[in-house]
Ligand binder design. Structure first.
Ligand code: SF4
Ligand code: MG
Length: 321
């Protein structure tokens, strides 16, 4: 029951703030302590907007976000700032997230100073412990961001994000800017820390290989809506929505043939030009008249899985790719 009170959820009808473009539309999701929710989709799918809505950085025009059972405070208020100690955002570009005039140790310490957490000397000890936890060397404490590699900078950003003992971390493409050889190291570290600290984590990425490695559950987004949500192993072994099928088909697992591979056709989605009905219909090989006319609801299609497709059963049939 204690765990349930820390559930992080968002309900119905959230819209991006960009004029009339529905960056995020009618999304409902939950992340529990100790759980990592992967959010995948092409660029323009609304994933980043969703991340900002979750943290209250972009206000939802409809719907609500609750954190630890209470509504998310309004952006910029004292309540919002206080709640920020419990939730942290990690962006793609660590250099942009860091202040180039301040040492790494100062920046890891800063959130504890701002939120007045821990006693003075405990803060210093904690900086050292956090640096060790993310695999930074003691002698890097007094370095400046430009004196570190990209991977080390992202480790510093993660250490700083953990400084306030957050309950929730939203990561938006946290390793996309790093060399492929470094990505796995940083992702594994993040996963281990998440596990150890029982964090709720939302991991936003266009890179399915990374998400497969880190997520317990996966939500697949297309033009601002979730089109499929299921435990990670189900998403990757037996995707049901045609869009998920196409995404998963593009990252085959060696030695694990995927039934019904599908090649993604056509242009990536454009939020300013949303097709009628099922927004995926112009690219879907199964589309019928109904798909052009009516928006499919996200609904349970089997235990632990929801999908938004009129033809979720027949769409699972093999097709000639
Ligand atoms: Fe394809 Fe129709 Fe399903 Fe949309 S609702 S994914 S167009 S079959
Ligand atoms: Mg993005």
């Amino acid at each position: 029951a204690a765990a349930l009170s820390r559930v992080y959820e968002m309900r119905r009808g959230l819209f991006g703030k960009v004029s009339s473009v529905r960056a995020v539309d009618d999304v409902s999701l939950k992340v529990s302590p100790g759980e990592t929710l992967g959010v995948v989709g092409e660029s323009g799918s609304g994933k980043s907007t969703l991340g900002r809505l979750l943290l209250g950085i972009d206000p939802a025009q409809h719907g609500r976000v609750t954190f630890e059972g209470k509504p998310m405070p309004t952006f910029g208020t004292a309540e919002w700032r206080a709640s920020r100690a419990k939730m942290q955002f990690i962006y793609q570009d660590p250099l942009a997230a860091l202040d180039r005039r301040l040492t790494i140790a100062t920046q890891i310490r800063e959130p504890m100073d701002i939120h007045e957490l821990f006693e003075g000397s405990a803060r210093t000890d904690r900086v050292a412990a956090l640096m060790a936890a993310v695999g930074l060397r003691h002698d890097q404490a007094n370095r400046y961001p430009h004196e570190l590699s990209g991977g080390q900078r992202q480790r510093a950003v993660i250490a700083r994000a953990l400084a306030t003992r957050p309950k929730l971390i939203v990561c938006d493409e946290p390793v996309s800017a790093l060399d492929v050889s470094i990505q796995a190291q940083v992702v594994n570290m993040l996963r281990d820390l998440q596990d150890e600290l029982g964090l709720a984590m939302v991991f936003i990425s266009h890179d399915l290989k990374v998400v497969r490695n880190v997520a317990d559950r996966v939500a697949v987004m297309y033009l601002g809506r979730i089109v499929e949500e299921a435990p990670s192993d189900m998403i990757f072994a037996s995707p049901r929505h045609p869009y998920t099928r196409a995404l998963v088909s593009s990252v085959p697992v060696p030695g694990q043939p995927l039934k019904g591979r599908m090649i993604l056709q056509g242009e990536p989605p454009n939020p300013a030009d949303r097709p009628s009905g099922c927004a995926f219909h112009p690219r879907c090989p199964f589309a019928i008249e109904l798909c052009r006319a009516s928006v499919p609801e996200l609904r349970p299609v089997e235990d632990l899985r929801a999908a938004a497709c009129h033809l979720v059963d027949s769409a699972n049939a093999p097709i000639a790719a």
